[in-house]
Design a protein around this ligand. Sequence first.
Ligand code: NAP
Length: 244
Amino acid sequence: MNKTVLITGSSKGIGAATAILFAQKGYNVVINYNDSYESASLLCRSLVSNGYSVMTHKANVANKLEVELMVKETLYKFGSLDILVNNAGISQQAVITETSEIDFDRIIDVNLKGVFNCCKSVIPSMVSRQSGKIINISSMWGQVGASCEVAYSASKAGVIGLTKALAKELAPSGITVNAIAPGLIETSMNSNLTIEELSDFVNEIPLGRMGSADEIAAAIEFLASDKADYITGQVLGINGGYVI
Ligand code: NAP
């Protein structure tokens, strides 16, 4: 039986690139989205028309009940859930004095509690099979902190803490938990940056360019594969040398 992967926030960007790669590698793929119904449906239709096994499911990862329903539907449709990629995320740039409590809660709810909700829903079925792989998408800002992104940096540092704790907790059950900490990746998340801001940023990246969503997807696929069976609790930085 083919393995099944649930990728949160895969209507676009890194998540969409990951969904395409896993579908091409023969996995059953669940494309989760919250707002972007059209891009999720378009992606699903194009993969299904190429013969791949893919479904979409709308769920706000910050909402425990919606996540539970998504996991139930996945298990019903595909019979197992082997890999969870916690990728859904939002960002906001503002100095702390301009960051409202509502903004802070919203970012933590999606970026950190969303990971908690998805792990909590998926883990019982993984434990019962004594196998599974969880890959959490953090950020280099969770490692080193970004000025004007206190809420985002805190949420992504939280994801790293969660990854390390959960890796220890789940290792005896044969489940690995790792994080990826991307640097500047070319997706709509950075569309608010001006050409000048992007160019200044890129000038500080030793490899001299932004990363692509496909490059992150390839690392996720590696961590989900048997080749990564002895890797757990790690944070893989993919940032062109910006954070070493
Ligand atoms: P993106 O293009 O903006 O995509 C974000 C994805 O998250 C979308 O599919 C979006 O789906 C989904 N999402 C947002 N809120 C959600 C919610 N409440 N429930 C479910 N899905 C939700 O951004 P990206 O660059 O691909 O980001 C993917 C991940 O990589 C994020 O965790 C981000 O923090 C991280 N990351 C990105 C960069 C970068 O430079 N791009 C760097 C470091 C880390 P809908 O539109 O359907 O809501």
